[in-house]
Design a protein around this ligand. Structure first.
Ligand code: SAH
Ligand code: SF4
Length: 355
């Protein structure tokens, strides 16, 4: 239970998270507080660039303004509730937001580089059969600030610049399109994290209307599509949430995406023993990718508790890559990071929270 707010103090739920304000709203707030315009820029820098955790950190603001802001606003209030550190240096975090909802994000260092994987929703409504997040159901969409803050949490924990971000944690970013895109823009902006658009990747299970919309966005963000099978019957079983978007339609829309943007999408394909690793499946995958710009990522399936699905062998993954290469499609086996730290989508949350 929360303590009752003291007299004259604003209750937590009445305070506004500064991450939720647009520049215009922040300017209006400063005007209301009788502050000059440049204060809005200063506050923005503290919130987005510097990821300030307390109003006391905002040393270039007058003390009285800091006190007023502290009374009426919050800085999000994300707290770390668990972490796991892998032998390969990856760190996985479980972060909790003020309403108690918790999501995962991961930091993966590699030499001078730091890649971050973030969640876009708490849980996921798509229900993919092989996914720990899908199994735990849907809780709620994350806000722009909540998606953004995961990246900043990892940045500050490693104390180094983030060089790339993937929206491949929990949730389906295209089922929370506006907040996901807004967070990507903030991550890209020089007034935010300043990460190059090409180094920001959004992964979708294939929500066609949103892929169309995404192809019209001006930034050079990277798109990944979770394919997992190019055979309709198999894909319907693995990914029931996107049954209504047929593979033929997906193929057409991806062709349009390539024509419009000139960018090469990635297809993710988690190889599952006896399910999508047959020669027929391989043939269908080659046909789906061969005449279009495509990069295929063959992923080693992560074991999910109580799941009937098992990973195919490394040798089979190698065969998939070679066959794709032979028809002119670039393919790689995704280097599995943090396999020792419950790295599969949703597993830390499941292990800590039991759901
Ligand atoms: N919802 C989006 C993004 C998050 S999932 C999507 O589905 O694309 C990120 C990636 O992890 C997806 O390619 C997803 O299919 C994959 N994934 C989910 N569960 C997995 C598992 N058990 N093993 C390997 N990859 C998995
Ligand atoms: Fe959702 Fe992606 Fe998991 Fe499917 S794979 S349930 S879309 S998070």
């Amino acid at each position: 239970m929360q303590d009752a707010p003291e007299k004259n103090e604003t209750a937590d739920e009445d305070r506004v998270d500064l991450h939720s304000l647009s520049r215009g709203q922040l300017l209006a707030l400063m005007e209301e507080l009788g502050q000059p315009k440049f204060r809005a820029k200063q506050v923005e820098e503290w919130v987005w660039e510097k990821n300030a955790q307390s109003f006391d950190d905002m040393t270039n603001l007058p003390k009285a303004l800091r006190a007023t802001l502290a009374e009426h606003c919050t800085l999000g209030g994300t707290t770390e509730v668990a972490r796991q550190v892998s032998e390969d240096g990856s760190r996985k975090y479980l972060l909790r937001f003020p309403d108690g909802v918790a999501v995962e994000c991961v930091g993966m260092p590699s030499g001078p580089k730091l890649a971050v994987c973030v969640s876009s929703q708490a849980g996921c409504p798509m229900g993919c059969a092989f996914c720990a997040t899908g199994a735990s159901g849907f809780n709620r969409n994350l806000t722009t600030g909540e998606i953004y803050e995961q990246v900043m949490h990892v940045r500050d924990d490693f104390g180094s610049r983030v060089t790339s971000v993937v929206l491949m944690g929990q949730g389906e970013p295209f089922a929370n399109y506006d907040a996901a895109l807004d967070a990507m823009r903030k991550l890209n902006s020089p007034d935010g994290a300043g990460i190059g658009a090409r180094h920001i990747t959004v992964s979708t299970c294939g929500i066609i209307p949103m892929i169309k919309k995404f192809s019209r966005e001006p930034e050079q963000f990277t798109l990944a599509v979770s394919l997992h099978s190019a055979v309709q019957r198999t894909r319907n079983i693995l990914m029931p949430g996107v049954k209504k978007y047929s593979l033929i339609h997906l193929y057409e829309v991806m062709g349009e995406y390539v024509d419009k943007t000139g960018r090469r999408p990635t297809y993710e394909y988690a190889l599952i023993k006896g399910v999508n690793d047959s020669d027929d499946e391989l043939g269908a995958l080659c046909d789906f990718c061969r005449d279009n710009l495509a990069h295929v990522n063959i992923i080693k399936l992560n074991d999910v508790k109580n799941s009937p699905f098992k990973p195919a062998s490394d040798a089979r993954a190698g065969e998939f890559v070679r066959a794709l290469n032979q028809v002119g499609v670039e393919a790689t086996i995704r280097n599995s990071r943090g396999a020792d730290i419950d790295a599969a989508c949703g597993q830390l949350r499941q292990n800590v929270l039991g759901r």
